[in-house]
Design a protein around this ligand. Structure first.
Ligand code: GLC
Length: 552
């Protein structure tokens, strides 16, 4: 295919800018202090004007909210906290009307302990058919008092909980890789497979453009549920990346392919090696996946370059578009992370409360935004990234809601700090998040957010919000049609420079000295004002190499 034909036929998801809406914290329409679909609907013009192509909604289904909605009780209905199914339909239609596609979050590894299937299973006898949709099994030890194996929950503590019979006697154990309120489904069971295929069709018929798949590396378990042992091989765990999971995605891909208009999957695939990761992106499996290697990478020249190279190579092998992610609802906001001595992200060691140079974090967050948007592939914007919100580390213990806080015995303060409701306007909380007279936001907002609200940044051409708008516009107009590759340009040590097509270039200054722009280049957009025509440390520039140079 010639390049020009390729440009016109490239499907939307290969280059999309996708905005993550954490519904609970986006905008509150009904005044109960919790974000909802009415709130999202009222803010759709904001998202359209921001210039993103699609919205990914964290789970909005019926849920007891033991894990922010990742404990789904009914996959075909909206939780009353957020609204109704009719409103979701309206929202999808209105988003489409604004040219925004809609991706919903599918949670297949586990459901809620309040899901009909699990309630039936608990009420049924040990060994009964109703229990086979989950992982119920007797414990070890003389009286079955020990968990069936040594697996640990991702949220801390054993991955097993013991049931209690109607007579109060202890019974079998069930598996939950996350909270006890999130029992793992048994993907060897045909009814589990059939149910999720039906759920996919349900939402596709409602017009959604795709699915983000929660814990996509999970689902299948090694037969016999073997112990991991004292020195586990992280590339070969019995509960993640088990081969059988690929079969599930092959069957799902046939379903999305049978619908018109390019419906897609994006996988939440956290795995230790690029080889394991890329197998999920084979042409008959998922379309794309979040690039957590990039998210976790330190803000350092060599590390970033290595991850970019590794990412491009891994994706090229399977023909999938890379994605670039800086933050999400599970991680430390990058505007904070980048202001710390250690700028990498480690889920097991979040370094909450470490000393932070806020101004440095902000400079780097601005530069990183431009870098990610210049790279080939798709890009994700987590709500509040476009305002450069910081991680909120001042939430009192009593108000923390994330189950990881309690399950880790307080050792991990959890993920609430990146989930605080957005500041839209005004000088005091709730900063326009809720209507006047509403209940307090479900997590407290810092007073300093007055200066970072959407309204405060809206009119300021130098704000982060303005930078995101400008970058997303340029990216759509000019970069989305470029070849899906890059060429590194010769550059000084500590400087990252690449071109996408010989005429567009991106330059990132990781050094501590101002950097002269290359001769013959014209700046299109910079993350910090040029000083005497030079690019400041921790700044990024988009350059046009084809125009007559201006006098910088
Ligand atoms: C994913 C979600 C996270 C959730 C977990 C369990 O990692 O992103 O928020 O807690 O899955 O569903």
């Amino acid at each position: 295919m010639s390049k020009s034909t390729e440009r016109h036929t490239r499907p939307w998801w290969r280059t999309a800018a996708i905005y993550q809406v954490y519904v609970r914290s986006f905008a509150d329409g009904n005044g109960d202090g919790v974000g909802d679909l009415a709130g999202v609907r009222s803010r759709l013009p904001y998202l359209r004007d921001l210039g993103v192509d699609a919205l990914w909604f964290n789970p909005w289904y019926r849920s007891p909210m033991a894990d922010g909605g990742y404990d789904v009780a009914d996959y075909r209905d909206i939780d009353p906290l957020f609204g109704t199914l009719a409103e979701a339909r309206e929202l999808i239609a209105e988003a489409h009307g604004h040219g925004l596609r809609v991706i919903v979050d599918l949670v297949p590894n586990h459901c809620s302990d309040q899901h009909r299937w699990f309630r039936e299973a608990l009420a049924a006898d040990p060994g009964s058919a109703a229990r086979e949709r989950f992982w119920f099994t007797p414990g070890r030890g003389a009286d079955g008092e020990l968990p069936p194996n040594d697996w640990q929950s991702y949220f801390g503590g054993p991955a097993w909980t013991r049931t209690t019979g109607p007579d109060g006697a202890p019974g079998d154990w069930y598996l939950h890789l996350f909270a006890p309120e999130q029992p793992d489904l048994n993907w060897e069971h045909p009814e589990v497979r059939a149910e999720f295929e039906s759920v996919l069709r349900f939402w596709l018929d409602h017009g959604v453009d795709g699915f983000r798949i929660d814990v996509a590396h999970g689902l299948a378990k090694k037969p016999g549920l073997p112990d991991v042992g004292p020195h586990p091989d992280v590339t070969d765990l019995p509960y993640q990346d088990v081969d059988a999971v690929h079969e599930v995605y092959r069957s799902w891909r046939k379903i999305t392919d049978s619908y018109p208009d390019d419906r897609v999957f994006v996988g939440e695939v956290w795995l230790p090696t690029p080889e394991q990761f890329a197998r999920y992106l084979r042409p008959d499996e998922l379309h794309s996946a979040f690039n957590f290697e990039f998210l976790c990478c330190a803000w350092e020249h060599d590390a970033v370059r290595d991850v970019v190279d590794g990412t491009l190579a891994a994706h090229a092998r399977v023909g999938a578009p890379p994605t670039w992610v800086l933050s999400n609802h599970d991680t430390i906001r990058h505007a904070t992370r980048y202001g710390r001595e250690d700028t990498s992200f480690d889920m097991g060691n979040k370094r909450l409360g470490a000393p932070t140079d806020r101004a440095l974090g902000l400079r780097r967050a601005r530069a990183a935004a431009l870098l990610t948007m210049a790279l080939p592939g798709g890009v994700y914007v987590y709500q509040g990234d476009e305002l450069a919100l910081a991680e909120v580390e001042s939430i009192p213990d009593a108000l923390l809601q994330d189950p990881t806080f309690v399950r880790s015995g307080g050792a991990d303060r959890g993920r609430d700090g990146c989930r605080v409701p957005l500041p839209w306007s005004g000088t005091r909380a709730p900063f326009g998040f809720s209507p006047d007279g509403a209940a307090d936001p479900w997590l407290p907002q810092p007073a300093a957010w007055a200066e970072q609200s959407v309204a405060a940044q809206h009119a300021d051409p130098h704000s982060v919000l303005a930078l995101y708008r400008d970058a997303l516009r340029l990216r759509r107009d000019r970069l989305a049609t470029l070849p899906e590759t890059l060429d590194w340009l010769p550059a000084d040590p500590g400087v990252l420079a690449f071109t996408r097509d010989g005429s567009f270039a991106c330059l990132v200054n990781f050094t501590d000295r101002p950097l002269p722009l290359p001769p013959g280049s014209t700046p299109l957009l910079t993350s910090a004002p040029l000083q005497d025509g030079q690019l400041a440390p921790d700044a990024c520039a988009w350059l046009d190499l084809s125009l007559p140079a201006t006098g910088h």
